[in-house]
Design a protein around this ligand. Structure first.
Ligand SMILES: Cc1cc2nc3c(=O)[nH]c(=O)nc-3n(C[C@H](O)[C@H](O)[C@H](O)COP(=O)(O)OP(=O)(O)OC[C@H]3O[C@@H](n4cnc5c(N)ncnc54)[C@H](O)[C@@H]3O)c2cc1C
Length: 296
């Protein structure tokens, strides 16, 4: 039924789709369907069909903050990669949900626009990053976002202001209300010399290369830093670096990273997370909070 609908409407889709290249842990899950709507009309039509037929679906950005727990999903994964247009009008920048945040940071820097330097090494797409309030170096999406075009739970397009998005640390209205989907975001940036911006970005990228295990698949920091503490330091002090469960390993380079060293499944990563949480709780009495999202 799903296949017929996709075919009849000429949608771009893959059946029994390998997700290994759609999540940065490179977990080898599969989805019954992976669909790539080409525009907002297609997004709405696909969602209407799925909702009317009670078919479960999941929006995936670049898969850089998720752990795919199942080997197989009887679900439709929707990717907005094809919504990838950027418009720059003086210092007002509009980007569709499928734009890479790193590309956006670079493109705006080249136009002498400052404000997205923090995003230069965050491998997410705009849509998910607006929902997650992605950030680094004490800056985040909420500092520069003016408004977002959102598809609401009734499949109507609404404009959410920054205030409407109820931003908090790595959290927002959209993150709490999964039926609301970010389609596009508008940012206000400041004029600044391009060279200055690019220098800052490259020094930050170099520092990440020195301190993070970027040559292995991961989804960035696993746990939030507890107040006044560093999750990585607590994990390191529990001697957990290089603890390995079936290929999922606590990184030697940075203990708050789990890397997929050798064909780990989502469940192997989750087991390792549980082990780390237990050890840190036993030794320090601290409940680590997961920064990544487990997709079931
Ligand atoms: C090496 C590395 C470094 C990282 N560094 C940072 C960092 O410094 N700071 C930081 O904040 N994060 C960091 N991350 C994590 C991650 O890149 C960010 O959280 C990013 O914003 C996630 O975007 P994504 O497109 O990959 O989302 P995904 O992981 O694909 O999805 C995340 C969530 O968003 C939902 N979603 C997807 N699309 C939409 C949409 N259009 N509207 C609403 N919801 C949607 C998904 O259903 C899912 O629930 C890092 C990750 C890696 C691998």
């Amino acid at each position: 039924m799903i296949k017929d609908f996709f075919k009849q409407n000429n949608y771009e889709f893959i059946e029994d789709a390998p997700l290994v290249n759609h999540n940065t842990y490179h977990i080898k899950s599969k989805a019954e369907f992976l669909v790539f709507p080409k525009n907002i009309e297609e997004v709405i039509a696909i969602l209407k069909f799925l909702k009317e037929n009670n078919i479960e679906y999941i929006f995936l950005g670049n898969g850089s903050n998720v752990i795919l727990a199942n080997n197989y999903y009887d679900k439709v994964f929707i990717k907005l990669d094809k919504l990838n247009h950027i418009n720059i009008d003086n210092n007002i920048v509009t980007a569709e949900a499928g734009v890479s945040l790193i590309k956006l940071a670079l493109d705006t820097a080249l136009k002498n626009l400052s404000g997205l330097e923090f995003a230069c090494a965050i491998p997410g797409l705009v849509g998910a990053s607006v929902a997650m309030n992605a950030g680094a170096y004490n800056a985040s999406i909420s500092d520069v976002l003016i408004s977002a075009k959102v598809l609401n739970d009734k499949l109507e397009i609404e404009t959410f202001t920054n205030k409407d998005l109820e931003y908090e640390y790595r959290d927002s209205f959209l993150k709490k209300h999964k039926e609301y989907i970010c389609l596009e975001a508008t940012f206000k940036l400041e004029n600044k010399d391009c060279e200055e911006i690019l220098n800052l970005m490259s020094s930050r990228q170099e520092r990440r290369l020195d301190t993070q295990p970027l040559s292995y698949p991961s989804a960035g920091s696993v746990f939030r830093n507890p107040p006044n503490l560093y999750a990585g330091e607590l994990i390191e002090k529990c001697n957990l670096k290089q603890t390995n469960i079936n290929g999922a390993e606590v990184s030697e380079k940075h203990a708050n990273f789990i890397i997929n060293k050798d064909g780990a499944s989502g469940n192997d990563i989750i087991k390792l997370i549980e082990l780390v949480k237990k050890e840190v709780k036993n030794k320090y009495g601290v409940d680590l909070i997961l920064e990544q999202e487990i997709i079931k």
